[in-house]
Write a protein that binds this ligand. Structure first.
Ligand SMILES: [Zn+2]
Length: 505
């Protein structure tokens, strides 16, 4: 009985084996199809620009207490209004991943000399550009938010192609060896002023969005203080730099937007790149998830203010080791710089810097003023005014000056000058003959970058407004450079600012 059954069992076992093999093959085939479907859907997500916007279901959306919930709508569905334009993707792309279907970043080798090997900075989100991005963030620094607003309200067409005719730099600069040193330039794109022309093929053949992050122009500037300098004989009219008796100045200006090479920025601050990325992600409300999901992308265009270089005289003199260079590095203080507030030395020092820069240029050297958008020690005006209130409501003493800021902001300064010297490297500056600044932080950051400073020039005493003695004496006590006296703590407590006047007459 058992013998006669044996072949049948063998047969059944064979059939089972075949079935198992078939099932494995089938499962593999299903997996493969799944993979292709996923890849196709990823490409579709990145490329799809045809469908009108319908309710979307963001992958990471969580239930929120919105009124629509009470009306029975699924909590994770977000109603997105229809757009007039159809060139955006129909689904919200929350983030991308390396190797994801359709993701194909343009080559980016930071620090390479050959622009083609280096690659353009590609950060646009247009339908042809998005899958080729090699940078996180958006163009325009802090103005990227206004750009987003213009798109949201349909003032700006998503498929707008900029016409760069006649926008080329108004002065030639470089190239300098510093441009190809990934340790020396980490916070701006050394090819940023030439991007649309260097990478024309990417624009013409692939339809990619490539924008300049630096622009160079020429202008005249007119300041009442410079007219006074001419009248009082401190500045001479030469018709070229000081154009006329009203103190009009001829200037070449460079506007620079921030472009960060994250490994280089992390190294400059002595932190781990991962820790930097995580902090930037978490403390911007999760605005840039690719900081976490795209470790393969190393370039980030942060939503912060940039800088402007004002240079007097021949632009080429900045990098000439035989020509003297006078430099003021100035951080924005709108209240003083523009509106003449007398609580600090900002506008007087800025104007002293401009005057000295002009004199150096007139003497055959070069004069440079660099203006950074770092309002209120990069703490912003709200914090700044809170500090003013705390100072004026207490006894406004120099000895308490930094403590007031620290109590409110937790730190006395967030300007962190470590990235500032990049612009000096980019301009080809290899030494500074006259540094028109007393800041030890600026001095140390520049010297640490291998650029020697031969002379430091403090603001002349007669240019210091009375009410700003509190600030300048406190700064000198804390390490600012002076050729005068550094006050003791006891003397500092005697330096007091003006109290608020009673305005209820
Ligand atoms: Zn100021």
């Amino acid at each position: 009985m058992s013998d006669s059954n044996a072949p049948a069992i063998d047969q059944i076992l064979n059939i089972l084996k075949t079935l198992q093999t078939d099932q494995k093959q089938l499962a593999a085939a299903v997996d493969a199809i799944n993979g292709r479907v996923n890849a196709l859907s990823d490409i579709k997500e990145l490329k799809d620009n045809a469908r009108p916007v319908a309710p979307v279901r963001p992958v990471l959306a969580t239930a929120s207490a919105s009124p629509s919930q009470d009306e029975g709508a699924p909590p994770s569905e977000v109603q997105v209004p229809k757009r007039a334009s159809s060139s955006t993707t129909s689904r919200v792309i929350l983030t991308t991943y390396p190797g994801q279907g359709g993701v194909d970043p343009v080559v980016m080798n930071w620090g390479q000399q050959d622009p083609e090997n280096r690659g353009p900075v590609v950060v646009g989100r247009g339908s042809t550009t998005i899958r080729r991005r090699n940078a996180i963030g958006a163009h325009g620094g802090s103005y990227s938010i206004y750009h987003a607003l213009a798109l949201a309200i349909n003032e700006l067409k998503p498929d707008h192609k900029p016409d760069f005719t006649n926008t080329e730099p108004a002065a030639t600069i470089g190239p300098f060896p510093q441009w190809y040193d990934s340790k020396k330039i980490v916070a701006m794109d050394p090819f940023g002023h030439l991007a649309p022309w260097l990478y024309k093929d990417y624009i013409d053949k692939e339809g990619l969005e490539i924008r300049p992050t630096i622009a160079i122009t020429k202008a005249h500037m007119k300041l009442p203080e410079m007219e006074q300098s001419v009248r009082e004989g401190r500045l001479k009219v030469d018709g070229k730099i000081v154009v006329n008796e009203s103190g009009e100045l001829a200037v070449t200006k460079f506007a620079v937007e921030p472009v960060w090479y994250l490994p280089g920025v992390a190294e400059r601050f002595g932190v781990d790149e991962g820790a930097l990325r995580r902090s930037l992600f978490e403390n911007t409300g999760g605005s840039f998830p690719e900081l976490i999901t795209r470790p393969d992308i190393k370039v980030f265009l942060p939503p912060i203010g940039g800088l402007t270089v004002y240079t007097f005289g021949d632009v080429k003199k900045m990098s000439d080791p035989d020509a003297k260079l006078a430099l003021r590095v100035h951080d924005e203080c709108n209240g003083s710089d523009v509106f003449g507030s007398d609580i600090c030395t900002c506008r007087p020092y800025l104007l002293f810097g401009i005057e000295e820069a002009v004199k150096e240029a007139q003497n055959g050297g070069s004069g440079v003023v660099i203006y950074f958008r770092k309002e209120g020690r990069a703490l912003g005006e709200v914090t700044k005014y809170l500090v003013y209130n705390a100072r004026k409501r207490g006894a406004d003493r120099a000895s308490e000056y930094f403590k007031r800021t620290e109590n409110i902001a937790g730190v006395k300064d967030m300007r962190f000058q470590a990235l500032m010297p990049d612009i000096l490297h980019w301009l080809g500056i290899t030494k500074i003959d006259r540094m028109l600044s007393m800041s030890n932080m600026k001095h140390d950051a520049i010297v640490e970058q291998g650029i020697p400073i031969y002379e430091r020039v403090p603001i002349p005493d007669d240019m210091i407004p009375a009410d700003s003695r509190v600030e300048i004496d406190a700064k000198i006590h804390a390490g600012y450079f002076t050729t005068g006296k550094t006050l003791t703590m006891e003397e500092l407590s005697a330096v007091q600012g003006r109290a608020w006047e009673d305005v209820d007459h």
